[in-house]
Design a protein around this ligand. Structure first.
Ligand SMILES: *[C@@H]1O[C@H](CO)[C@@H](O)[C@H](O)[C@H]1NC(C)=O
Length: 249
């Protein structure tokens, strides 16, 4: 006998629920200079998800501003003026959001980001989740600071960002952005898998080499930003030169 309508709807709902459990989510986090932040999240992808150089997703970039440059992006040279802050984006299974959020909270030293040399709104603390401030994802991220809060004796306040928001240094404050309204703009290639200037920031060559690997398989792209364009033409012109020499022979 065929299932009645109600059981069929229930089966469908359970199926969707099951799929949702496994589905992924793209989020970003910012806490000072994005170089060490990317390194910590790559480590987290490895330890929490068993990912490796062929599957890592964490990339540095800019987000949280209300303006874009002439080609609809933000670059190292203009992101501050356009109101953005440095962030790292990642695509992770939804069920692991709380674990990645713990890694974010651990980036702080007391109320400060680990990197207190960089000052200004370009380094403000930020969280980007789909749906932003009112989403269930933010509740997950907030709840995951309980361990840190118990240790440090205070909670970070989460505030809905309006774009172009001020610095958070020393304030136990993190701006929250809706990733649809404030999307992530990938930073230039030379800002990916970069060594950090803080102690311990001289990362292994295998880490720096991820730059080539993610570029080659398309997990990241050359932006239209000046530095990426200069680098791609620097790689291009010698090839033209060789082509001209070869055609002479
Ligand atoms: C985060 O959690 C704390 C502690 O439960 C609560 O006081 C605060 O209102 C929460 N913040 C948000 C934005 O939900």
């Amino acid at each position: 006998m065929a299932l009645g309508l109600a059981p069929r709807l229930l089966a469908l709902a359970l199926l969707q629920e099951g799929l949702a459990q496994d589905s992924t989510i793209s989020v970003y986090f910012g806490s000072g200079c994005f170089w060490h932040v990317q390194h910590e999240f790559i480590k987290a992808e490895q330890t929490l998800l068993g990912r490796d150089s062929s599957t890592y997703t964490s990339l540095t970039g800019y987000a949280g501003g209300n303006r874009l440059n002439s080609f609809g992006h933000a670059c190292y040279g203009d992101y501050g003026g356009l109101g953005h802050t440095e962030v790292v984006v990642m695509t992770i299974p939804k069920r692991t959001l709380a674990d990645f959020a713990v890694v974010f909270w651990d980036l702080f030293v007391g109320k400060n980001r680990a990197d207190i040399m960089d000052i200004g709104p370009e380094y403000r603390a930020a969280i980007g989740v789909p749906g932003g401030f009112t989403s269930e994802y933010l509740q997950v991220v907030n709840a995951s600071q309980a361990g840190r809060a118990a240790r440090d004796g205070f909670w970070f306040e989460l505030k809905e960002g309006q774009g172009d928001d001020p610095d958070t240094l020393g304030q136990a404050l993190v701006w929250v952005y809706d990733t649809e309204r404030y999307p992530f703009y990938q930073a230039e290639i030379y800002h990916q898998f970069h060594d950090d200037f803080m102690p311990g920031g001289n990362y292994p060559q295998s880490y720096n080499a991820l730059q080539t690997e993610l570029l080659e398989d398309g997990r990241m792209v050359r932006t239209q930003c000046h530095r990426d364009q200069v680098e791609s033409s620097a790689a291009f012109y010698p090839m033209i030169l060789v082509g001209m020499l070869v055609s002479q022979i």
